[in-house]
Ligand binder design. Structure first.
Ligand code: ATP
Length: 441
């Protein structure tokens, strides 16, 4: 993990938030390469759950919602962790992590009994701070989709089974955030709420588990580091009937429901059967009809909801870990990020071999400008070719293109592959076609 964290800072993937003020703990900013990687990951998710299916509709609901939403959803009453404080060093722990111990793991001091601590951030809407103005920063994106269920039926008339998909920020006042971007108080979720007939719920749950598991594999996740873990009954969230986590083996020890003994298997995504809990709760609380008219049986039903809920930041971190390799090349260490071509922040780097030859530099810049119209492309002439390659390898750039003296005569450039380091000679007029072919396989 230290190597990944250092690479992220050194090369510009992830910075600590407010660092010049000593940093805000466990809060991170995505830097130039990080934001590209994160956007690529979100695009890959959206493509897979919205564009490549016929049954899911995109949404982008507001972060602030009517406070009654969180009463109806059960979050005001149930969304808490137990916390214990050390009477000596004043450190705070999640009671669950202490596994029954009454002694502070840091200083041996006495711990208080576990007290409930609601994880929702509360703030006030409007200029007056009074009880009636309380709003919450949403702890999940899901509710923004549930409360729009009737609107979607009216606007789009979808037939069961169908889903809504959304990516957005969520906030949880976690007692023990940590492990870089793995657990933070502000994070992004990518969630599908998939509405099904109650009798189909079990089968659809399994289909989504498989669909989501394969998404990670198709983007290059090593299958030895990915597994499914069904929840035990006593671990289930207040709304869930069944849940299976997709877990990744991170190079750190997190608590995780599986316990620290299991090492570093930690949740990337949960796929849950939320039953009709949410629709029924909102129907009761708002007085609005949240049912669906089934044309076949001519009856009104409350669909069950299958929810694949993943974390964007956790996925980004897992893909970074998965892609990090150190190799020996000609007695030198090569650090390379072997990110999938859909995820790599930069697709092509154009590198002139001689930066003091204006014809070469001009041609290289012209090629860059042209490629930029189609692919994320950068130009770099600020070092020796060896140094430029190393820099691009470390951030996962797929192809390095060099312009040399020969290019001026034969109108061909050298294209080097990040993973194999093999080189092709390609005509300038064929470059776009060549890259399109390489990035689409
Ligand atoms: P955990 O057990 O790790 O606290 P959870 O089971 O509470 O997670 P869910 O409520 O199922 O998480 O949220 C869905 C997804 O959102 C998680 O699988 C995770 O990827 C992401 N997520 C949840 N909490 C955080 C957090 N504090 N920081 C980063 N990502 C998070």
């Amino acid at each position: 993990m230290d190597k990944i964290i250092s690479l992220c800072k050194r090369r510009g993937f992830i910075f600590q938030s407010s660092e010049i003020y000593g940093g805000l703990s466990n809060t991170w900013d995505y830097a130039p390469y990080g934001v590209e990687l994160k956007n690529n990951l979100k695009r890959a998710w959206w493509k897979s759950v919205v564009y490549q299916r016929d049954d899911c509709l995109g949404m982008d609901a507001a972060i602030l919602m009517h406070p009654k939403v969180w009463e109806a959803s059960g979050h005001v009453a149930n969304f808490f962790d137990l916390k214990s404080d050390c009477k000596g060093c004043k450190k705070r722990f999640k009671t669950e992590d202490l596994k029954g111990s009454k002694v502070c793991p840091e200083c041996g001091g006495e711990l208080t009994e576990g007290k409930p601590f609601n994880l929702m951030f509360k703030t006030h809407q409007g200029p007056v701070e009074e009880t009636s103005s309380i709003v919450y920063l949403r702890p999940e994106t899901a509710q923004g989709m549930f409360v729009n269920f009737a609107n979607i039926l009216d606007a789009k008339h979808p037939k069961l089974p169908f889903g809504m998909a959304q990516i957005g920020k969520a906030f949880r006042n976690e007692i023990t955030p940590g492990n870089f971007t793995f657990r933070t108080r502000e994070f992004e979720q990518m969630e599908v709420e998939y509405f099904v007939k109650p009798e189909d719920a079990e089968q659809k749950l399994q289909e989504w588990i498989d669909y989501r598991f394969n998404w990670y594999l198709n983007l290059g996740m090593n299958k030895d580091n990915l597994r499914l873990r069904p929840h035990a009954k006593d671990e289930l969230a207040h709304y869930a009937k069944a849940c299976v986590d997709i877990e990744y083996r991170f190079p750190f020890n997190t608590r995780g429901a599986a316990g620290i003994e299991e090492g570093s298997w930690s949740e990337l995504e949960g796929v849950a059967n939320r039953t009709d809990y949410d629709l029924m709760q909102h129907e009761k609380s708002s007085g609005k009809d949240m049912s669906y008219f089934d044309e076949e049986t001519k009856t009104r039903i409350h669909p069950y909801i299958i929810e694949p809920s993943g974390g964007v930041d956790r996925s980004v971190l897992a893909f970074l870990v998965n892609a990090y390799f150190e190799e020996k090349v000609k007695d030198e260490k090569r650090v390379v990020l072997k990110l999938h071509h859909d995820l790599a922040p930069v697709k092509i780097a154009v590198l002139p071999l001689l930066r003091n030859r204006p014809e070469i530099v001009d041609l290289a810049r012209k090629i860059t400008q042209d490629l930029k119209k189609t692919f994320v492309t950068v130009y770099d002439d600020t070092g020796s070719i060896g140094k430029l390659y190393r820099r691009q390898d470390e951030v996962g750039t797929l192809k390095c293109l060099t312009v040399d003296v020969q290019t001026l005569e034969d109108k061909q450039v050298t294209v080097r592959d990040r993973d194999t380091m093999l080189q092709d000679r390609v005509g300038i007029d064929r470059l776009k076609e060549y890259f399109r072919e390489k990035f689409n396989d």
